[in-house]
Design a protein around this ligand. Sequence first.
Ligand code: FAD
Ligand code: EPU
Length: 354
Amino acid sequence: MQTKNNLMVKVNHPLKNHNTFGLDSTAGGYLRLSSEGQLESLPELIASYDDFLILGGGSNVLLPDFYDGLVVHVDIQRLSHRMSGKDVLVNVGGGVNWHQLVSWAVENGFGGIENLALIPGRSGAAPIQNIGAYGVEFKDVFICLRAFNLETGKFEVYDREECQLAYRDSIFKNELKGKVIITDMWLRLSGRDHQFNLSYGGLKSHLEKKKIGHPEIEDIFQSVIEIRMSKLPDPAELGNAGSFFKNPVLPSRKAEALLNEYPEMPHYVLDDQNIKIPAGWLIEQCGFKGKYSGKVGCYEKQALVLINRGGAGAVDLVTHAGSVQKKVEDKFGILLEPEVNIIHPHLYDQVLKM
Ligand code: FAD
Ligand code: EPU
């Protein structure tokens, strides 16, 4: 342990328990950020390292074996709410576990995020890729967030429009990547007259199977958990980071040409110009589902989820992802884009060139 700029930094800190791939990674420096008071000295501390990484629950990152920089682990815990008519305005700290937030909302009868149950990670990362599942996206309940700008050393507030939340995307993955630390945010939930989202076919049929005609918040929450547990691996048992790639969105004309060739291809019409294709289907068609090469492979119940069966390193996972990406491109002419944040400047490019 070292004290630098009044901040306690752990040296050569193991990150195995800080990433859901279960990679045996080590951080050159590691700081647990548990209070806003620590932020003032942070820019100076960061300046003394070649590189730095903001880390939440580590459920959407692929870490290198050794991270030669400072890892700032956001662990700011805060949760409060107030009623505003039939709405509930919730203030949540960046370090609050997302599923615990959802569970708290459900227990209190607050609606809006029940479809987002069981997504791993911390609340502060939810806006980064605008987390989404079962018909609901984070942006549906988001009001604004507060972030500490590491370049100016000041707090800033970003509203919905400024965050540019889109499918698995936001300003924090682009212009503001690595420039701000999200400390807390405000969400708008419903206190009564809830509007449930049952647009996701699998959720509707699951509720029907359970003979639930008029679901309550709790029914949707439980059903989402059941569906997720039936097809997604538990990171505590099998290392993974959820979907490794984004679902590609194709111009309608390209998607229609593919549909002529593969009429059974599942697809979702987004508007009259764009069609989304499930990457899991493309990967399964290329023969990867349930297939492993050594320690890594594609999960047998969901081909889009890359698995570390234990002992894999970043290069093993990236190499496997590269093979998947190449085969899908050769067969379908679609270049899959990683959803997972690959934390190694040039690792992906290097492996793909091998
Ligand atoms: P991390 O992995 O720690 O970080 C992700 C990125 O956000 C990094 O670039 C990091 O630098 C940045 N970051 C994190 N915290 C902050 C902060 N406070 N300020 C600024 N930058 C920050 N995602 C979905 O959208 N839908 C799903 O259904 C879903 N299912 C999943 C299922 C499983 C089994 C797993 C393992 C993952 C799943 N994910 C899903 C992906 C993941 O859970 C989400 O992306 C989650 O929001 C990541 O949170 P985290 O705290 O673990 O972020
Ligand atoms: N499919 C296959 N084979 C597979 C997997 C999927 O053919 O191995 C096809 C099936 O037709 C299935 C369709 O793909 O009906 C969609 O699959 P699923 O419902 O499992 O959803 P997904 O599109 O693969 C997306 C998100 C998930 C989110 C679910 C539920 C992305 C990249 N992934 O997956 O998010 O939980 O929808 O809404 O958008 C994550 O981001 O990490 C994640 C898990």
